[in-house]
Design a protein around this ligand. Structure first.
Ligand SMILES: O=C(O)Cc1cc(O)ccc1O
Ligand SMILES: [Fe+2]
Length: 440
C-alpha cells in the first residue's frame, strides 16, 4: 500500500515502492548499505568501487535557498556513452523558433489518439512553444504511449519535465530511483536527469510541460500563512535503485532544441546511492488544500497554483502550474464560473477528468485549449446560462481535474497542433449564443 491511503479517493496507488518525502529536502538514499560516503562527497575512493558524480540544477553560487545539486554514487559515470547522432522525431518542438504564427483566436483540441504504436518519447507532440531552450520559456505537449521505453532512456538537457498523466499509470525509472505515477498525480523530472517511462496499464496518455526557465518551486503563501495549497511533505522522491542487468542501452537526449541518440553498453540507471536536494518527485493532486472564497466573488486562479517557475520579473511567472481540483462552491450572489477575461498571461489548459465548469460539454478529458495573451475567453453560452440562473447553494464540484500551464510569454502553436492534431474548427462558436440582454 502506498503512503497515499485509500481515503484520498482519486488515486488508489499502486505498488509497494517506497519514497522519501518533502519538496526540496536534503534527501539521502542508498540501495546498498555503506554506498554513501559519510562526512565528505569525494573520498579518494568512493565506497564499493563506485564513481562520484555531481549533478547541479543551479549555478554553484546561487543563493542557498535556490541552490540545487545532488551527488550520485554510480557504477560508471554518465560520461561513458557513445557519440550522439541526430534522431528524427514526428512532433517534439521547443522554443519559439519551432512554432508557427499564433492566430488571435482561442484554440481547442479534442483528445488526441496516436495513429502509431510507440513509447513515451515517440509519442510526444508539442501543442505550443515559447522562449528558447537554455534561456527560458516552456512548451506544452501531449504524450501517448503503447510501449515501454524498455532499454531506452531520455535525458532532457533543455528542460525540466512536468508530466500530467491523463490515462494509464506510469512507472518512471530515474537515475535516482523509481516513481509510480497514476492519473490524478503529477511527476516532476529535473532537467538533465536520465529517466524512462514504462506503462503499468499497457497504454498511457497525458500532458507534459517542458520548463526551460527556473526550476519549479512551491509558490510563496503570503497571507495564507505557513500551510495550504500544495504542502511540501506530500512531494515524494524515489529511493536509490539500480538496474543490475547487463546489455546495451539507447540514450535519447534533448539538447539545443534537437533530439540526439547514442548507445552505451550498460544501463544509465546505475546509481547505487545519492544525496542532495535535486530530485524527481511525484505528487497527488488529491493532497491539494484548496483555498477559495467563503463569501462572494471569484478569486483569481493564482489561488490554485501548485508550482511556479519564476522569471526575472517578480510575480510574472515563466510558467505556473495551476490545478482546478474538486472543491465546494459556496459563494453568495456570485457568478461562480470564471469571469470573462483577457489576460496578458497565456493559458494552456488540459482536462484529466470529468467536466470543467466554464465549458461543461465542449472541453473533453484528454483535450486541450490555448487562450493566448489577450485572447478573450470565459464560460461558453451553456455555462453562462446555467450559472447566471442557478439557485445558489453550497455545491460540490466533484470528479473533476483540470489544469493550466500559464506563462508570461505568448505561446506559438506548432504545425502539428494547427494541422494534424484534432483542432476544433469552430471553437469560438461556443460563445455565439451570448445575447445582448441589456434592458435600460
Ligand atoms: O480561463 C480559464 O478557464 C482559466 C481561469 C479560471 C479562473 O477561475 C479564472 C481565470 C482563468 O483564466
Ligand atoms: Fe482564462
Amino acid at each position: 500500500m502506498s503512503k497515499f491511503g485509500a481515503h484520498m479517493g482519486t488515486t488508489e496507488l499502486i505498488t509497494e515502492l517506497t519514497y522519501l518525502t518533502g519538496f526540496g529536502n536534503q534527501h539521502s538514499s542508498e540501495a546498498v548499505a555503506g554506498a554513501l560516503p559519510i562526512g565528505r562527497n569525494s573520498p579518494q575512493r568512493a565506497p564499493h568501487g563506485l564513481y562520484a558524480e555531481l549533478l547541479s540544477g543551479s549555478a554553484f553560487t546561487a543563493p542557498r535557498a535556490a541552490n540545487q545539486r545532488t551527488w550520485l554514487y554510480r557504477r560508471r559515470p554518465s560520461v561513458v556513452v557513445g557519440g550522439y547522432a541526430p534522431l528524427a522525431h514526428a512532433g517534439w518542438k521547443t522554443g519559439a523558433a519551432q512554432g508557427e504564427h499564433a492566430p488571435p483566436d482561442p484554440l481547442r483540441w479534442g483528445p488526441w489518439l496516436a495513429a502509431t504504436e510507440g513509447d513515451f518519447v515517440d509519442g510526444l507532440r508539442s501543442y505550443a512553444v515559447n522562449g528558447e531552450p537554455g534561456l527560458g520559456g516552456m512548451a506544452a505537449l501531449a504524450y501517448a504511449a503503447t510501449r515501454d521505453m524498455g532499454r531506452r532512456a531520455l535525458v532532457n538537457a533543455d528542460a525540466e519535465m512536468l508530466i500530467v498523466p491523463q490515462q494509464g499509470r506510469l512507472r518512471l525509472t530515474t537515475e535516482l530511483g523509481r516513481l509510480d505515477v497514476a492519473p490524478g498525480m503529477i511527476a516532476l523530472v529535473p532537467r538533465g536527469l536520465a529517466f524512462k517511462v514504462d506503462l503499468l496499464d499497457g497504454s498511457a496518455r497525458g500532458y507534459v510541460c517542458e520548463n526551460h526557465g527556473a526550476a519549479f518551486r512551491l509558490p510563496e503563501l503570503g497571507p495564507i500563512g505557513s500551510n495550504g495549497l500544495a504542502n511540501p511533505r506530500d512531494f515524494e522522491a524515489p529511493v536509490a535503485w539500480f538496474d543490475g542487468a547487463a546489455g546495451e542501452y539507447e540514450v535519447v537526449k534533448r539538447y539545443g532544441g534537437r533530439l540526439w541518440r547514442a548507445t552505451q553498453g550498460h544501463s544509465p540507471f546505475n546509481v547505487v546511492a545519492w544525496h542532495g536536494n535535486l530530485a524527481p518527485y511525484r505528487w497527488d493532486t488529491a493532497r491539494f488544500m484548496a483555498i477559495n472564497t467563503v463569501s462572494f466573488d471569484h478569486p483569481d486562479p493564482s489561488i490554485f497554483t501548485v508550482l511556479t517557475s519564476p522569471s526575472d520579473t517578480p510575480g510574472w511567472a515563466n510558467v505556473d502550474f495551476v490545478i482546478f481540483p474538486p472543491r465546494w462552491m459556496v459563494a453568495e450572489d456570485t457568478f461562480r464560473p470564471p469571469w470573462y477575461h483577457r489576460n496578458v498571461m497565456s493559458e494552456f489548459m488540459g482536462l484529466v477528468l470529468g467536466q470543467y465548469d466554464a465549458k461543461p460539454e465542449g472541453f473533453k478529458p484528454g483535450g486541450a485549449s490555448l487562450h493566448n495573451s489577450y485572447v478573450p475567453h470565459g464560460p461558453d453560452s451553456e455555462a453562462f446560462d446555467k450559472a447566471s440562473g442557478a439557485h445558489l447553494q453550497p455545491h460540490k464540484l466533484d470528479h473533476t481535474l483540470a489544469f493550466m500551464f500559464e506563462t508570461r510569454w505568448p505561446l506559438l502553436p506548432t504545425a502539428w497542433a494547427l494541422s494534424d492534431a484534432p483542432l476544433e474548427t469552430s471553437y469560438a462558436d461556443c460563445w455565439q449564443g451570448l445575447k445582448d440582454d441589456f434592458n435600460a
